[in-house]
Each structure stands twice: as C-alpha cells, then as structure tokens.
Ligand binder design. Structure first.
Ligand code: TYD
Length: 206
C-alpha cells in the first residue's frame, strides 16, 4: 500500500509521520517512511541542489526536471521494491506536489507536467493521499518560527502559496476516492487520529 502526505508549507505533516508509522508497525505491518525530494542517496543529492538558498539561478524547467529525476530514482530504487515486498510505503510528498507547486503555483502547463510525471514514475500512483491542510499564512508563520527549516522554496510569495493550496483542493476534487483532506489547525493528536483512521479504513478495503 502506497500512502502519500501532501500539503502546503507548515502543515506539520512531516512531524506526524513517525507516529503514524509506529502505529502501523504496532498493527503488524512493515512500514517504510520516506520523503521527496529525497529518499535515496542520489535523490538526497538532488534535494540539496533544490533546497540550497544559494541556487537562485535555477529556472523553473530545471527545477521541475530535478524533482522528477529524484522521483524516478525513488520509485525504482525504493518505492516499487518495498511495495512488491508487501510493505506500506509512507511518503512525505510525491507527484501531487509537482502538480500543486509547479503546475498551480508556478503556472506550468498541467498536461505537460502530468505526462512528465507518468514518465518519471512509470505510472505509479498512491493508493491513498492525505492532504494535511493549513491556511497559507498560518503555515508560513509556523515554518518561519522554525528557521532551520526555511529553504529556497519557501521564499516564494504569498500568492504563490495560495495557488498551491487551491491546487491541492482541485486535485483532491478530481480524485475523491484517493484523497482525504485533514484540517491541520486541529490539535496534533486529533490530526494523528484522523490520519490513522483513514489509513486503517483503506487497509481494510484491500
Ligand atoms: P521540505 O523542507 O521537505 O518541505 P515540507 O516540510 O513542506 O515538505 O521542502 C520540500 C519543498 O519542495 C516544498 O516547498 C515543496 C517543494 N516541492 C515542489 O515544489 N515540487 C515537488 O515535486 C516536491 C516533491 C516538493
């Protein structure tokens, strides 16, 4: 089972992942926790290029291809083999981030992005995607309060992040069976419970 977490900046999704993984392990599942960009040695090197505050000259097409290059490696090296071994893969961001950020955020052509995405992933889509949603301003304040997490990609303007958030809503509406929207303004424990419930339900369906 392939589960992805998506959301705008500062939704707290990354900090929820370890507890979700522990819960599933206690239920007897083998769980892999990973993230994008990254998840492999090559992917982590690409991540470093993407996040580096010094790389102000990266143009949008380069950025797209770097995200997709990291993803192609991730899918072949880690995600597919783990799924084939019967494990649950919990991935912090995946293809929908490209559609939300590069597509809706940077207004790059969505059909082109979708076909590049299909090429990079060999068509692998998540079984379940949790949208951990937070209003843009709240999310950015949370992130700025934690300066060590601030990176090149957070520095885009507010309107950009608003488009990303609305993009996520549009994607979720397109495939309501794959997506579940969780309000991250609730307290952490409630968010965690909602995530567990959604994952359990999906596991019971398969
Ligand atoms: P990260 O520090 O991992 O942020 P977060 O904790 O919000 O997940 O940085 C990932 C950044 O990369 C984030 O700003 C979203 C962006 N991103 C894209 O723009 N496109 C993509 O395809 C992916 C995977 C991430």
């Amino acid at each position: 089972m392939f589960i992805t977490l998506e959301g705008p900046e500062g939704s707290g999704k990354s900090s929820q992942l370890p507890a979700l993984a522990d819960f599933l392990r206690d239920e007897g599942y083998q769980v892999i926790v990973t993230r994008e960009p990254g998840g492999t040695a090559v992917g982590d090197q690409i991540r470093e290029v993407l996040m580096n505050l010094k790389n102000v000259s990266i143009i949008p097409r380069t950025e797209i291809l770097l995200f997709l290059a990291a993803r192609a490696q991730h899918v072949e090296e880690l995600i597919r083999p783990s799924l084939a071994a019967g494990k649950i893969v919990l991935c912090d961001r995946y293809g929908d981030s490209t559609l939300a950020y590069q597509g809706y955020g940077h207004k790059k052509d969505l059909p082109t992005l979708r076909s590049l995405l299909a090429y990079a992933t060999g068509g692998l889509k998540p079984d379940l995607t949790l949208l951990i949603d937070v209003p843009v301003k709240e999310g950015l304040v949370r992130k700025r309060d934690n300066a060590s997490e601030w990176n090149r990609l957070d520095a885009y303007d507010l309107a950009f992040h608003e488009r990303v958030r609305l993009g996520y809503f549009a994607l979720a509406e397109e495939e309501p069976n794959r997506w579940l929207v969780i309000d991250a303004r609730k307290d952490k424990e409630e968010v965690q419970q909602a995530m567990r419930k959604a994952v359990k339900q999906r596991l019971e369906q398969t």
